[in-house]
Design a protein around this ligand. Structure first.
Ligand code: FAD
Ligand code: DLZ
Ligand code: SF4
Length: 508
């Protein structure tokens, strides 16, 4: 009897588990562009176009390899509108009683597929280095989950940058070499822009018509949409940017959205690139003398460390994770996250770039947009839905632990041991944003005081009971307590006034 083999929009890998288990001569691959997936958050039009174009090209690739593929386009009149609906429709069409699928990266879809009135087999997604049971075994009995220790296990497991049992260079982590601010005259090469092709053009027209009103610029469209293009982007990164990746990893420049970042998250997360092949390419660049150890180690750590760690956390913590709100934050997401004006130059740049490119690098996400939302006490679920919508690389298994956990501390400390909060001084040190800002980063109080400076203290004081006992935060409380009483009152009163203006919808 024929099986359906479901391939989702982020499962575009030739070696996908469900494809390996299927019989090319008998089974039918099902792929579907559906309204439900395109609208569960208001995705950036570039993200939808990237996924649809990559899906269409992957379907054609499978067909060329001899697979029978039942592909549903968004505008197909028969389209059932959801993935479970499409599976049921195709099951009836082909007389299939069983469905083979690779486990989706989202609890919502796992539940939807398991609820189908068909025999559904969900196979583990083995495109990751650490399977969920392996992560659970590692986590078992630990008081706290810390990425650094997990990462060392992954180094040992993969043998990447190892000399026998020891890390190459005698250290596991070279982050202390990786905190340089960038100068505006640094020589940088942006990721390659790939020429549009007919498949992409057709998808762009569809997305423009159906999702053109969503937040985000569709054109010019700069992403690769197949494996060959993704490999080109990877090659370009290894050649031109990897050597400086480490040193400038945390830097931000107003006129350079990419700096030395790889811009490959979207290709890794949809399966156009594999994590191990990417790391092996970087490791080879180190052995060839092309890139220094601090850069290569830092890059590999993001992939076999952070990326695998957050996936482990997502599946360990369960379906309620994206709704957690340990700090009880309930402010609505300010309108400027969706494009309304703001006088804060750092936010205006990071969000403007997100609107144009569906991309911002890690420090912009963590220390600008995330930092502000946390300091201002924005509801973490609203923050989570924003990040899930606006970045081309955003899929819940990776986005939620980064947003709800690392950035908003809404999981109460599962991902991070302390909240990532900073005053304007950090942004000033790591970027060139402050020079062009309406606010003065050096002003701690007064009409032009940088809002991050005010809100930083407001956050710490309103959560004093929770954080004062944290050894990594005690110094911050001592600094506040040493200020004279009038200054303390002024800072908190001005922060409250700023938040009131934010709530009133004033341009802040
Ligand atoms: P580079 O800086 O060049 O790093 C290389 C690769 O390392 C990335 O492509 C990515 O696969 C991996 N990586 C780096 N940091 C992380 C991390 N913290 N977690 C997981 N993988 C990491 N990453 C996503 O892939 N999808 C998301 O939806 C996402 N949401 C985020 C939300 C917030 C609030 C924060 C703070 C971070 C988020 N990240 C997310 C992590 C990180 O910001 C992106 O992976 C990175 O910016 C992608 O750009 P790049 O490919 O140029 O990365
Ligand atoms: C994100 C996304 C979008 C926008 N559209 C589709 C789609 O039409 N069809 C599909 O199979 N997958 C899509 N995806 C990806 C799924 O939402 C993804 O599989 C889940 O987010 C799980 O990671
Ligand atoms: Fe951002 Fe404050 Fe700097 Fe303005 S002064 S860019 S608000 S950190």
């Amino acid at each position: 009897m024929v099986n359906l083999v479901l391939v989702l929009g982020d499962q575009l890998s030739e070696g996908l588990h469900a494809l390996r288990q299927a019989d090319k001569a008998r089974d039918v691959v099902v792929m579907a562009e559906v309204g439900a997936e395109a609208t569960y958050v208001p995705h950036h039009p570039k993200k939808i176009a990237f996924i649809f174009a990559a899906m269409r090209k992957f379907a054609a690739h499978l067909q060329a390899q001899g697979w029978r593929v039942a592909y549903t386009r968004l505008d197909d009149p028969e389209n059932a509108g959801s993935l479970p609906g499409e599976v049921l429709r195709r099951a009836a069409e082909f007389g299939a009683g069983t469905v083979l699928a690779t486990q989706p990266g989202e609890w919502r879809l796992i539940a939807a597929l398991e609820g189908l009135p068909l025999a559904v087999t969900l196979l583990p997604d083995d495109r990751f280095l650490c399977a969920a049971p392996e992560f659970a075994a590692w986590a078992e009995g630990r008081k706290a989950l810390r990425m650094e220790y997990f990462y060392r296990e992954m180094r040992r497991k993969t043998g990447l940058l190892m000399a026998g049992d020891a890390p190459l260079g005698g250290q596991w982590n070279f982050d202390h070499d990786n905190r340089k601010p960038a100068k505006t005259d640094l020589f940088r090469v942006a990721p390659p822009a790939l020429p549009p092709d007919p498949v992409l053009e057709e998808v762009l027209a569809l997305v423009e018509a159906r999702f053109g009103q969503n937040f985000g610029q569709l054109r010019p469209f700069q992403f690769a949409t197949d494996r060959a293009g993704a490999l080109r982007v990877l090659d370009h990164f290894i050649t031109h940017a990897l050597p400086d990746f480490g040193a400038y990893q945390d830097a931000m420049l107003a006129d350079d959205p990419y700096l030395y970042h790889a811009v490959i998250g979207l290709y890794l997360n949809t399966g156009l690139l594999g994590p191990l092949e990417v790391c092996q390419r970087a490791e080879a660049a180190y052995h060839a003398g092309h890139a220094p150890l601090n850069s290569v180690e830092g890059f590999i750590r993001q992939i076999i460390g952070w990326r695998e760690f957050v996936r482990g956390v997502y599946f360990l913590e369960g379906p309620d994770y994206p709704q957690r709100n340990a700090l009880g934050h309930d402010r609505p997401l300010p309108g400027f996250y969706w494009g309304a004006p703001t006088r804060m130059n750092c936010l205006s740049h990071a969000i403007g770039q997100t609107r144009d490119l569906a991309y911002a690098h890690h420090i912009q996400r963590l220390m600008v947009t995330g930092n502000f939302a946390l300091l201002a006490g924005v509801n973490p679920t609203a923050v989570h839905e924003w990040y899930l919508a606006v970045y081309a690389d955003a899929f819940e298994w990776v986005e939620a632990p980064n947003t709800v956990g690392m950035s908003q501390f809404a999981d109460g400390g599962v991902v991070g041991s302390k909240p990532y909060v900073s005053s304007g001084a950090y942004i000033d040190r790591m970027s060139d944003y402050c020079g062009g800002c309406h606010y003065k980063v050096k002003d701690k109080t007064g009409a032009r005081a940088c809002p991050f400076n005010l809100l930083y203290w407001h956050f710490l004081i309103r959560h004093r009971d929770r954080f004062a006992g944290n050894p990594r935060m005690a110094q911050m409380y001592r600094t506040f307590d040493k200020m004279d009483a009038t200054r303390r009152e002024t800072v908190l009163a001005e922060a409250a006034d700023f938040l009131a203006r934010l709530d009133a919808g004033d341009v802040v």
